[in-house]
Design a protein around this ligand. Structure first.
Ligand code: FUB
Length: 341
């Protein structure tokens, strides 16, 4: 898979977007950056990669992260501040290992850090930790979010003040172990290639931001004819890394296609979807995973993402980066071509 990724990116072009070439931090490996504007600054909540010596496998065991740092900057291109460790797996009573891609939200002056981790049975659940500042620290709840499963929580605050969590990831993210929100067992079961692919999930958050106000439901991603993307449509179907932003009253659902390594996007009229597939925002980067967030600051739109350039291509040692994106007049977003350096 690593080799396949390298082949795909060998067509790197030289139209490097501004800021795109430099890791945002170089004294830590950081991945899966979820960026938000809080208190006028950009705060970024990444995974913190490290070399735990665990061999690579298809379940992502080598992504053995154990804590989170928070970063901030006054604006893109400005100095990046490391606010230090804000949560450690040792402090989360229900979690055993693999603190994967987190996200954060603010409500009524409180800050919520959402994170996936494996429990004592090696099942991914979503946890939440609460703080008084966007820079943490965050105090974890005793239990994971009730009825949560899989990975990559992304919490979107809609313009009407409602909050929604998008969640899910296949392969190592375990989404394939569930049907109708029920755990089916350890076996990986996928729909047939010509059947609708496994969909990411969404639930509206409860008023206290500590749980779901409703059952998780499917987020449908449709093709141009209104049919759900299928399991065999690896170039377009959802794999992991859900993110939502809103532009001109349109909801943009963006995500990683995983084994085809793109950040793709689909658009719709409601946070629940359905979303219609539109194209690719970010082509494959150096390293197997591709994971991003999209945020507006000072009238410009940015994609935060990661690659493995700083580690010389080690998939489990990634570095967050940022590039500017634009929405065209017809609402489309131009593709950022691979830029390996
Ligand atoms: O960083 C661990 C996992 O890799 C994330 O949860 C996925 O989205 C992928 O980036």
């Amino acid at each position: 898979l690593q080799e396949e990724s390298q082949d795909t990116i060998s067509s790197a072009n030289d139209t490097l977007p501004e800021f795109a070439s430099e890791p945002l931090v170089t004294d830590n490996f950081t991945a899966d950056p979820s960026a938000h504007v809080f208190e006028g600054k950009i705060y970024v909540y990444p995974s913190r990669d490290w070399d735990s010596g665990i061999p690579e496998d298809d379940t992502g065991a080598h992504f053995n992260m154990k804590d989170y740092h928070v970063y901030s900057m006054d604006s893109v291109g400005g100095e990046v501040t490391d606010h230090g460790k804000v949560l450690d797996v040792e402090d989360v009573s229900w979690a055993s290992r693999q603190m994967w891609a987190p996200d954060a939200a603010e409500k009524d002056g409180k800050y919520y850090l959402y994170f996936p981790a494996k429990d004592e049975n090696d099942i991914f659940r979503i946890g939440v930790a609460v703080g008084d500042s966007p820079a943490g620290p965050f105090e974890p709840q005793e239990e994971p979010i009730a009825n949560s499963y899989s990975i990559d929580p992304a919490v979107y605050k809609d313009t009407d003040g409602e909050y929604y969590m998008y969640v899910g990831g296949i392969w190592g993210g375990q989404l394939q172990r569930y049907r109708d929100n029920e755990y089916q067992g350890e076996d990986d079961v996928y729909p047939a290639d010509d059947e609708p692919a496994l969909m990411p999930k969404i639930a509206r958050m409860s008023d206290d931001m500590l749980g779901f106000a409703e059952e998780l439901r499917d987020v449908e991603i449709l093709d141009e004819e209104g049919n759900p993307l299928t399991t065999g449509d690896n170039d377009r179907r959802f794999f992991e890394a859900a993110w939502v932003h809103k532009y001109n009253d349109t909801y943009y659902f963006s995500y990683s296609t995983g084994d085809t390594h793109n950040i793709a996007y689909a658009t719709g009229d409601s946070p629940y979807g359905p979303f219609t597939y539109q194209g690719v925002i970010l082509e494959p980067v150096l390293g197997w995973t591709n994971h991003h967030s999209i945020v507006e600051h000072n009238g410009k739109w940015y994609i935060f993402y990661h690659d493995s350039s700083l580690s010389g291509g080690k998939t489990y040692l990634r570095s967050m980066k940022v590039a500017e994106i634009e929405h065209n007049e017809d609402g489309s977003i131009d593709t950022i071509s691979s830029f390996v350096n």
